[in-house]
Design a protein around this ligand. Structure first.
Ligand SMILES: Cc1cc2nc3c(=O)[nH]c(=O)nc-3n(C[C@H](O)[C@H](O)[C@H](O)COP(=O)(O)OP(=O)(O)OC[C@H]3O[C@@H](n4cnc5c(N)ncnc54)[C@H](O)[C@@H]3O)c2cc1C
Length: 424
C-alpha cells in the first residue's frame, strides 16, 4: 500500500488542532490534521447538555473570528462552541480529515521522521503535533466498590438530571464541573451532597469587569506553573444563567449539603476529611485576594470603575459548614448516584517513544518534546495557566509552529549544503 507523506501531522481537531493548523498555514508549513471523530467532538459529546462556556464570548475565542449572533458578554452554549470551531476550520481552510484515528507512532530508523499507523493507512511525517486534549481519560478513584448499590458515573458522562435514577445524588469534586452539576441537580429538586476539596473561586465579575478580564490584566492567565504539583488547584467558576460567582455558602443555604474531601468507604458509609471549613476558608481567601488585587490595579491605573462593597459581604454559614458531616451512610441518605467530578488523565499510549515521565506526562519545554520532532499542544500549564483554554492554546500553537519552522530551516540548509560541490 502507498505510504502518504506529509511534513507535519497534527493529531486531534479540537481547538488545539485547529489553532495549530492556522499557525502552520501562516508559516507556510504543509500539514494534515487527523481527527478520530468530528471537529471539536469533546464540546459536543463530552459535556453535559446545559453547559455554557466558562468565559464570555469576547474572551473565550480565537482572535480571527467572533461568535456569530452573540454579544461580547454572552456565555456561549457548548454546541455553539463546537459550531464555532467547525466554522473556524472552514474559514482557515484547515486540512482536517475526520473519522481517522492515529493508533501508533514510531521513529524511523536511519532516516528522519516518523511512521504513523492510522485507522485509514500509514502516514510518514517529519513532525508530529499531539493535540489530543488536556482532558482525555476520565478518572474515577477506586473508593466506592462497584457493588456498593449506587450508580457511579464521571462528570463527562453526566448529561442532565432526568438521566439519573430517582434519589439523592452525591457529587464528588467541586471544580467548575462538579459545582455546576450539583447546582443544576439541586435546582431540579434533587437532594444533593457535594464533596468540596481545595479550590480557587474568583468572582464571576467585579466592579463591572468579568474575572477573565481581571486575570488577564493582572497577568494571571500568563502565570507559569508555580511548582510542580501545585498546578492543579481547580477553579470553580460558572457561566450558567448569565454567569454567577460560585459561593459555597449560598449553595449550602440553597439546600446542597457540603462535605469535606472524600477519603474512604466502608460498610456502606463514606468517610469525609474534616477539612470542609479549611477548604471554604482558602477559597474565600483566594476570592478576597483577587478583589484586593483588582482594587489596587484600579487605583494604580486610575480606572473609573464603580466600587462594589457588596462583593465583600458574606452569607451566613449553612449548618453543614458549622457542623460538618464526617461519615455519610449512602443508603440512609437515599443516595442512588455518585458523580465523580474528579478530572482526567492523559493517554499517549499511541506514541511509542521515550517522551514521558514516570506518571505518563509528556517531558517537554513549552510543548517541544524531549523527543525531537514531536510536539504537544493543549497541555494543562503547557506554557502558562491559560494553555488548556481556548484563547491560551492559540498562542501556544504559534510557538510550536515557530519551532517547527526553525527545524525545517536546519533541514533546508542541510539539503542545500549537501548539493554544493565540496571544496577541495
Ligand atoms: C467541562 C469542561 C468545560 C470547559 N469549558 C471551557 C471554557 O468555557 N473555556 C475554555 O477556554 N476552556 C474550557 N474547557 C477547557 C478546554 O477548552 C477544553 O477541554 C477543550 O476541549 C480542549 O481542547 P483541545 O483541542 O486541547 O482538546 P480536545 O477538545 O479534547 O480535542 C482533542 C481531539 O483529539 C481527538 N483525538 C484524541 N486522540 C486521537 C487519536 N489517537 N487520533 C485522532 N484523534 C484523536 C479527540 O477526538 C478530540 O476531538 C473546558 C473543559 C471541560 C472538561
Amino acid at each position: 500500500m502507498a505510504v502518504e507523506k506529509v511534513d507535519t501531522l497534527v493529531v486531534g481537531a479540537g481547538q488545539a488542532g485547529i489553532a495549530m493548523s492556522e499557525h502552520l498555514t501562516r508559516a507556510g508549513i504543509p500539514h494534515l490534521v487527523l481527527e478520530r471523530d468530528r471537529i471539536a467532538e469533546r464540546w459536543r459529546s463530552g459535556r453535559w447538555d446545559s453547559l455554557v462556556a466558562n468565559g464570555p464570548a469576547w474572551h473565550d475565542r480565537f482572535p480571527g473570528m467572533e461568535f456569530p449572533d452573540a454579544g461580547p458578554d454572552a456565555f456561549i452554549g457548548k454546541e455553539a462552541v463546537a459550531d464555532y470551531f467547525v466554522a473556524y476550520a472552514d474559514q482557515i481552510k484547515a486540512p482536517v480529515r475526520c473519522g481517522v484515528e492515529v493508533q501508533d507512532l514510531r521513529r524511523n530508523q536511519g532516516r528522519p521522521g516518523f511512521t504513523v499507523t492510522t485507522s485509514a493507512g500509514v502516514i510518514e511525517a517529519d513532525h508530529v503535533v499531539a493535540a489530543t486534549g488536556p482532558f482525555q481519560v476520565p478518572v474515577i478513584p477506586a473508593v466506592i466498590p462497584q457493588d456498593a448499590g449506587v450508580a457511579q458515573i464521571h462528570s463527562s458522562a453526566y448529561r442532565n438530571p432526568e438521566q439519573l435514577a430517582p434519589g439523592a445524588v452525591l457529587v464528588i469534586g467541586a471544580g467548575s464541573s462538579g459545582v455546576q452539576i450539583a447546582d443544576e441537580l439541586n435546582r431540579s429538586g434533587r437532594k444533593v451532597y457535594l464533596s468540596v476539596g481545595p479550590h480557587d473561586r474568583p468572582p464571576r465579575a467585579y466592579r463591572g469587569r468579568d474575572f477573565c478580564w481581571w486575570l488577564g490584566v493582572l497577568g494571571k492567565w500568563d502565570m507559569a506553573a508555580p511548582n510542580p504539583g501545585t498546578e492543579h488547584v481547580t477553579i470553580a467558576v460558572s457561566g450558567a444563567r448569565g454567569g454567577e460567582t460560585i459561593d459555597f455558602r449560598r449553595l449550602g443555604n440553597q439546600g446542597i449539603t457540603l462535605l469535606g474531601r472524600t477519603e474512604g468507604y466502608g460498610d456502606g458509609s463514606l468517610s469525609l476529611a474534616p477539612d470542609l471549613r479549611e477548604n471554604i476558608d482558602r477559597g474565600d481567601a483566594n476570592y478576597l485576594g483577587l478583589l484586593d488585587e483588582a482594587d489596587a490595579y484600579a487605583t494604580r491605573n486610575g480606572l473609573d470603575l464603580p466600587t462594589e462593597p457588596a462583593a465583600r459581604k458574606r452569607e451566613p454559614d449553612p449548618g453543614c459548614l458549622t457542623d460538618p458531616i464526617l461519615a455519610l451512610d449512602l443508603a440512609d441518605a437515599g443516595i442512588t448516584t455518585v458523580i465523580w467530578a474528579t478530572g482526567f488523565v492523559a493517554d499517549y499510549g499511541w506514541i511509542k517513544l521515550d517522551a514521558f515521565d514516570q506518571n505518563g506526562k509528556p517531558r517537554h519545554q513549552r510543548g517541544v518534546s524531549v523527543e525531537r520532532g514531536i510536539f504537544f499542544l493543549g497541555l494543562p500549564w503547557q506554557s502558562r495557566r491559560g494553555s488548556s483554554f481556548i484563547w491560551g492554546v492559540w498562542h501556544d500553537a504559534r510557538h510550536i509552529a515557530e519551532q517547527i519552522a526553525i527545524q525545517r530551516k536546519y533541514m533546508d540548509y542541510h539539503a542545500q549544503a549537501a548539493r554544493q560541490p565540496q571544496d577541495a
